[in-house]
Design a protein around this ligand. Structure first.
Ligand code: PEP
Length: 249
């Protein structure tokens, strides 16, 4: 188990209009969430500044992606330095949608993660296997390669949260069972412990993502190595997201 605070992230993905974002922020502001956990919401880039300026202090904001150089001729990209300059403290790296739909390799994810940390951001770094990889007996090999790319680029693990997100569970309604998730989280903790030492590994949050709802979060949250959640679909509904923030009661 981690000794660090429970963590809940909301990944809004490519969803929202100015009106719906305004309503979601107002509804999140009206909800009661525990003061002793970390909560981070990741709106689309274009709405981040509005959310940052209008959401209450219980929630921090994150970007869903960043570039791996400070500036230059990289049309369409937004750098970690710009996020830091704009008051965005967190970024998600390595989300499976970016890995699979946009071709981000383990190396790219590692470089982005290392660069974001150097720029002063905290990072939610995502790992996870496809169904094909799991069924082919490659679950742990896949995770090893994804984690290795992080080990090669991360100096300071104090600002890293690892999100285990099995691709087969993302947006599918098929949630990993608490035992399935715990088994993988325990493995990730062991790999972290072997590389970084037990004390450091216990300070790192390993959060679960993949079809988390307010109906299944409580049981997942009882598992020893599940230190929180990364929530996609249910993070767009304030009542559900608030309930998930209260998963530990
Ligand atoms: C995600 O996109 O990180 C995610 C976990 O999505 P969902 O909760 O919709 O499965």
């Amino acid at each position: 188990a981690s000794t660090a605070k429970f963590f809940v992230g909301g990944n809004w993905k490519c969803n929202g209009t100015h009106a719906s974002v305004e309503k979601l922020v107002a509804d999140l502001n009206a909800g009661d969430v525990p003061a002793d956990i970390d909560i981070v919401v990741a709106p689309p880039f274009i709405y981040i500044d509005y959310v940052r300026a209008n959401i209450k202090g219980a929630y921090a904001v994150a970007a869903q992606n960043c570039w791996m150089k400070p500036d230059g001729a990289f049309t369409g990209e937004i750098s970690a330095e710009m996020m830091d300059d704009a008051g965005v403290p967190w970024v998600i790296t390595g989300h499976s949608e970016r890995r699979l739909l946009l071709g981000e390799s383990n190396r790219t994810v590692g470089l982005k993660t290392g660069h974001a940390l150097e720029a002063g951001l905290s990072v939610i770094a995502c790992v996870g296997e496809t169904l094909e990889q799991r069924n082919g007996g490659n679950l742990y090999h896949t995770l090893d390669l994804q984690l290795q790319a992080l080990f090669e680029n991360v100096q300071d693990w104090g600002k890293v949260v690892i999100a285990y997100e099995p691709v087969w569970a993302i947006g599918t309604g098929v949630v990993a069972s608490p035992e399935q998730a715990q088994e993988v989280h325990a493995y990730v903790r062991k790999v972290l412990g072997d590389r970084l030492g037990k004390a450091t590994s216990e300070g790192i949050r390993i959060i679960y993502g993949g079809s988390v709802t307010d109906a299944n979060c409580a049981e997942l949250a009882t598992q020893d190595d599940i230190d929180g959640f990364l929530v996609g679909g249910a993070s767009l509904k304030a009542p559900a997201f608030i309930n998930i923030c209260n998963a530990r009661g």
